[in-house]
Design a protein around this ligand. Sequence first.
Ligand SMILES: [Fe+2]
Length: 466
Amino acid sequence: MGLANRIGAVALAVACAVLLLGVACRAGQTSEYRRLLGQAIDMPLDADVFRAPPGHNAPQQVHITQGDHEGTAMIIPWVTTVEPGSSTVLYGTSEDNLNYSAKGKHSQYTFYKYTSGYIHHCTIKKLKFDTKYYYAVGTEETLRKFWFRTPPKSGPDVPYTFGLIGDLGQSFDSNVTLAHYESNSEAQAVLFVGDLTYADNYPYHDNTRWDTWARFVERNLAYQPWIWTAGNHEIDFAPELGETKPFKPYSSRYHTPYKSSGSTAPYWYSIKRASAYIIVLASYSAYGKYTPQYKWLESEFPKVNRSETPWLIVLMHAPWYNSYNYHYMEGESMRVMYEPWFVKYKVDLVFAGHVHAYERTHRISNVAYNIINGLCSPIPDQSAPVYITIGDGGNQEGLATNMSEPQPSYSAFREASFGHAILDIKNRTHAYYAWHRNQDGAAVAADALWFTNRYWMPTDDSFNDA
Ligand SMILES: [Fe+2]
């Protein structure tokens, strides 16, 4: 070997060592937490959480979601089972004086041999920001009262606390997740990343499990808006049963304010809430070039004003970055289509579900690849979002425990436990994020860090474990 070659070999070895050291420094963590592995079993139909409220034709399954783009409207759905009853919501800012009313509509749907109850939807509008409203549904003898708080008007430094839940289902573990989330008194709304009831796992997609699920979650959903993302368990496409209209039970029961963001379908839309701009994408609706979702998203990103809503958050069901051996690469085709926009417009955080476990990535992107150049590895990118998979709500399918090894360098933390997360936005630059596994007390965070905003303070934040 000539001298030049020797120098070259040494340089190469040093370069490799530096590279390896760099990779080692940036290596992610696979949690060593050991939980008791057991099956996630659905709660039986006579479980107390599924009980219908007492009284003739009493409204049940009350759940609210944001009703417009700005946060001054609320969609209030509920179900009556004996007869339609009233579709009117009474509301006001004093518990004893519900001096406003809004009239909604009701409808029914059938699925194979199941016929739904009377599903009411009423949108109340022109609400004041940051105000506690009381509301009532039902008729006089079975009037049921609830309350909610509208978000503060959007502004760059308006604090707000979101819960993150995905793939919830209705198992005993689902109940633990919900109770664990409820123990956090600061959370004001939930960003839900899809897969609600898992009714489609039952024979004939037993739609009574849509009813039980909605009765189970009413204790939180009647008081806090949950922002809906459609998952694969919402598709309910069953040609063998004569059911060929996708999303029939889901879209009959869970409305979204899609029209107010210029969307043409309820599965992709956006809202503003306090200092956050939330874009909801549909993993199971067409997203290729020229499709309605593509055209909508293309025109949506330039509308985001980071001086008004600094935090740009995207929800979807199938994750783009996932190092578990479940649903591997199912999000890949959407990533190929949309990731360049996520980097260009500096999305802060992407939350997905689908994989029944927890994972957080570093800030990485993978947008250099074209069919010729072979550049197909994710690389560190401070303009890119952190991707969080939080499909660990606790449904009957159980945990995804099998991980790819070694842990890819883009993966910062992963653990196969049920849980939920809290995103506590403090101001335009900082948000505190914490993931809570179900086995811990409410105050314990199993994965926590400070995120800095990509527009206002794009520092390297994903190693900065709190
Ligand atoms: Fe899923």
